[in-house]
Design a protein. Structure first.
Length: 587
């Protein structure tokens, strides 16, 4: 007897649901894409308990007559492709005909639809049609999904928390709003309005609604193209960056997608302006011939394949890089190295207020006048010295004699064993990291009230996590109060935080929590401190005085482990005298 049988339609729909409908967000993605394909200009999404209890999507699109409404719940029934040729030039967001039957097989689904003439109501309970009848309703379509996965407990138990599912839905709807600024979106969570756009086509206005004033005001519209691709959207100037990649949003033919190559092109375009572990904010829509992109790679349609991917990579990288160069303020990017030698001016703000010249390593020859000026300047500054780290073997750093700087990047020093090259950014990053870490490790956190509270704008996905964030951040003395729909306020901070850029640190802590919300607070602290230490350290291409170079080495000597930065890169390398003799054929 044969072992192979043909599965019945209900079972195949449930299997398809496992691919198309993994979580409530997947249901909303399919339904909203159908609404967009139906040329809707207004789309309203309502959820209860993250979508597990209820999902409802209403639109004012074309709607369907009675026959189409019935056929829409048949497997592989679609109005969007008819022949094999259509499969190679897909112009709609949905096309497989799997979404509605898959959703209806794992939920109680009710659809109201009208094309302006016919009005129909269909109710399906976990794959079985309960009713179908005429029903008065406005033009468009409304789909209500209740009790998702309640009869498939294996799937239900793998759903995440209500907050996690809600955040995923918010993030998805925000992406839809960015990809279609001409559509008015409305998101209602547990009866409360969470998000709304006007649908007037202004992308920067949508950016403001989602990310707030700072990001929107630092954004600039872009548009460029070649023979195959048209790229439009907004990029945010590097003066505003984030600690995670989640603020880089990319669409292809207005489709929400995930593509590593495109994100890499954006990162490389910003590479001259952002330090490691800082990421840009941008929204790009790439329009191309439908035959150049294959969206039929995975049922969820997140992943795509693009023909001429390398060409697109170069187009994005080169034009965004040029756009950044054209838009950056001249004052921020004037060359740090003067064309002609100039006399140092020491009346400017001192970079390292706690420096003391080491008499044993002083250079009394050609650097003597400069050092005398630095000593004079040092006497006039406050000796507000940080509490010293315990110094042991690292005091060997203090025996190094600074001899110069290479290309504004590396400090050159000589010691008993030969030539030492110090990465100025990595070295100062390691010092800052250990200093901040030591402050955070204190058992008692000294707090101070702010005369002017800190106000930070956050995306709605983070606002919805505020209670959990406060529980975690209590360990380091931070508490966020809701102050408007997408704004939080901080009234009290730890005293140590007053010595750095408070807003940037807090923003990074929130970003990293969102990315690693399952991790412990210790790991969040480590990631945030590494990012902040990097952000506030000496940058490459900054010419330092002898005074400043010596202080970098002094600071490095105070570290418990001075040889690698928090990201694992070396802070110092050496070339021994024996190696030099060998290379110059003197050994």
């Amino acid at each position: 007897m044969g072992k192979i049988i043909k599965l019945d339609e209900h079972l195949t729909n449930m299997i398809a649901a496992g691919e198309v409908v993994e979580r409530p967000m997947g249901v909303i993605k399919e339904l909203v894409e159908n609404s967009i394909d139906a040329q809707a200009t207004q789309i309203e999404i309502s959820i209860i308990d993250g979508g597990i209890q209820l999902i409802e999507v209403n639109d004012n699109g074309n709607g369907m007559d009675k026959e189409d409404a019935s056929n829409a719940f048949l497997r592989h029934a679609t109005s969007k492709i008819k022949t094999v040729k259509d499969l190679w030039s897909i112009r709609t967001l949905g096309f497989r005909g799997e979404a509605l039957p898959s959703i209806a097989s794992v939920s109680k689904t009710t659809m109201l639809t009208s094309d302006g003439e016919d009005q129909t109501r269909i109710e399906i309970h976990y794959g079985k049609t309960a009713s179908m009848k005429p029903y008065a309703c406005a033009r468009g379509t409304s789909v209500k999904v209740e009790g998702l996965f309640h009869k498939t407990p294996a799937r239900l138990k793998h759903q995440k928390t209500v907050n996690s599912e809600t955040n995923a839905v918010i993030d998805l709807v925000e992406k839809f709003a960015l990809s279609h600024p001409e559509i008015a979106f409305k998101l209602i969570n547990n009866g409360s309005m969470k998000f709304q756009t006007t649908g007037n086509g202004n992308l920067q206005e949508v950016l403001f609604c989602i990310y707030g004033k700072e990001i929107a005001t630092n954004s600039t519209l872009i548009a460029f193209d070649d023979y195959d691709f048209v790229v439009e959207g907004v990029i945010v100037l590097p003066s505003v960056s984030r600690a995670t990649k989640q603020y880089m949003t990319v669409f292809v033919n207005n489709r929400v997608i995930k593509n590593y190559v495109i994100l890499k092109a954006i990162e490389e375009a910003y590479s001259d302006y952002l330090v490691d572990d800082r990421y840009p904010i941008c929204v790009l829509n790439i329009t191309m011939d439908y035959q150049l992109v294959d969206v039929n790679v995975h049922p969820s349609k997140w992943e795509i394949r693009i023909t001429k991917e390398r060409q697109l990579f170069n187009l994005i990288k080169e034009h965004i890089k040029q756009e950044l160069y054209d838009n950056m303020r001249v004052a921020e990017f004037t060359p740090s190295m003067p064309l002609k030698p100039t006399k140092p001016v020491y009346q400017e703000q001192q970079f390292f207020p706690d420096f003391h010249i080491n008499e044993n390593t002083r250079q009394d020859s050609y650097l003597a006048p400069q050092l005398q000026e630095e000593e004079k300047y040092q006497e006039e500054t406050d000796s507000n010295i940080e509490e010293e780290f315990v110094e042991g073997e690292n005091s060997i750093f203090l025996q190094l004699e600074v001899i110069g700087q290479l290309h504004g990047k590396y400090i050159l020093a000589q010691g008993v064993e030969g030539l030492y090259i110090i990465d100025q950014h990595a070295a100062e990053e390691k010092y800052n990291y250990e200093m901040f870490k030591r402050e955070l490790s204190n058992q008692e956190i000294m707090m101070q009230d702010l005369l002017v509270p800190i106000v930070i704008e956050l995306p709605l996905a983070k606002i919805s996590q505020l209670d959990n964030i406060n529980l975690q951040m209590a360990n380091i003395g931070l508490n966020f109060e809701l102050f408007g729909s997408n704004t939080v306020i901080i009234r009290t901070i730890p005293i140590w935080l007053d010595r750095i850029d408070k807003e940037a640190f807090i923003q990074d802590m929130i970003d990293l929590y969102d990315e690693k919300k399952e991790y412990s607070i210790e790991e969040i602290k480590k990631d945030a401190l590494a990012s902040i230490a990097c952000h506030f350290s000496i940058k490459f291409n900054r010419v330092l005085t002898i005074h400043e170079m010596r202080q970098v080495i002094t600071n490095l000597s105070k570290c418990e482990q001075p040889f690698n930065c928090p990201h694992g890169r070396p802070t110092i390398i050496s070339i021994t005298t024996a190696q030099l003799l060998k290379e110059f054929k003197r050994g």
